[in-house]
Design a protein around this ligand. Sequence first.
Ligand SMILES: [Zn+2]
Length: 158
Amino acid sequence: MDNRAILFANFKEETILEQTKQLIKSNSEFDLSPSLNVLLELRYLIIEIFDSGLDEDALTYMNDYLSSASYYHQVKLIDNQLVLYHVSEDDEDKQIISKIASDLIKIYKQDMHVKRCENQECQAYFIDTSKNKSKKFCSSKCSNLIKVRRYREKHANE
Ligand SMILES: [Zn+2]
């Protein structure tokens, strides 16, 4: 599954409500429980963290966001193994803030490399999963576009 903090950071301000609804696959006619302002603030903070790192202040904010959902543990037996799992009584839309925050923490816990697409018209955040961390573009679409553009520029001067 795609990291929800990355997806969320790439949402556009004008459509963030609709895109967040799609993220939780809510087709509800009603507004999301996190308000537009809350979503915009969280997105702003995540972008700050991607650009300048996760410091103590950011952790305090993240703990606030994480606490917006309540979970409890349950246990079951699967093939004679005890399995602990989380249950929440909250609706999906109430949990979304905390899920995005926990996906953000995962990025740093697992030492993933967040980068910004070097296509100036795109600038999407993405996780560089390549071995030598040399990826410059979010997708092959962006990298092909820039390759073609550079080729044209080069040959226009000949
Ligand atoms: Zn891109």
